[in-house]
Write a protein that binds this ligand. Structure first.
Ligand SMILES: [Zn+2]
Ligand SMILES: [Zn+2]
Length: 183
């Protein structure tokens, strides 16, 4: 994700470049970015999409989570473009810099923005079934053999009623059986 910004640094404040990212450089970063010459460096901004390897909050499997985010970052040259004289480091220690060959590498900035834009509870898919609370089986791979159980104690009465109805209907089927046999 490297850009040679030597020419842009030589231009007056407000000069602009547009770049389209289409997943080159072995990354899957896509989107449009704009680089604007500022009085101190270059303002990089744009809306980008990529994928981040993360863990599903329900089933704990690793998956590639698509994210979209707005990048906006001012980057600073480390040497003066006309004289080649070294420049003092930016006041903000976390600021991104342009190297001594006027190469701006956006890889790290994009990686950090992408990580920050991950959802709090990533899901491998919206209807992820998660893990069985009793045996830990991944329910996306099929049911486990644990007995079905309603977890909330407030539902216990209802569950009792349900099982009573099940018993009743079983009895009914039992009594009906001879009839079907008569057909
Ligand atoms: Zn999942
Ligand atoms: Zn289970």
């Amino acid at each position: 994700m490297e850009f040679n910004v030597a020419q842009l640094l030589r231009e007056p404040v407000g000069s602009t470049r547009h770049h389209k990212l289409c997943g080159e450089d072995g990354t899957d970063v896509r989107g449009d970015i704009e680089m604007v010459r500022t009085d101190r460096g270059i303002l990089v901004r744009g809306r980008l999409s990529t994928c981040v390897e993360t863990t599903c909050s329900r089933c704990l499997c690793s998956f590639s989570c698509p994210v979209t985010f707005d990048l906006e970052e001012e980057v600073f040259p480390t040497i003066e473009v006309f004289s080649g004289a070294p420049l003092p480091s930016p006041e903000d220690r976390d600021a991104f810099t342009i190297d001594e060959h006027h190469i701006l590498d956006l890889g790290e900035a994009i990686r950090q923005y992408a990580l920050l834009s991950l959802p709090m509870k990533p899901l491998c898919r919206q209807d992820c079934l998660g893990l069985c609370e009793q045996c830990g089986h991944n329910l996306n791979e099929g049911k486990c053999s644990c007995p079905a159980r309603l977890q909330d104690p407030r539902w216990e009465k209802l569950q009792q009623l349900l099982s009573q109805t099940e018993d009743l209907s079983e009895q009914k089927t039992a009594t009906r059986r001879p009839k079907t046999g008569q057909r």
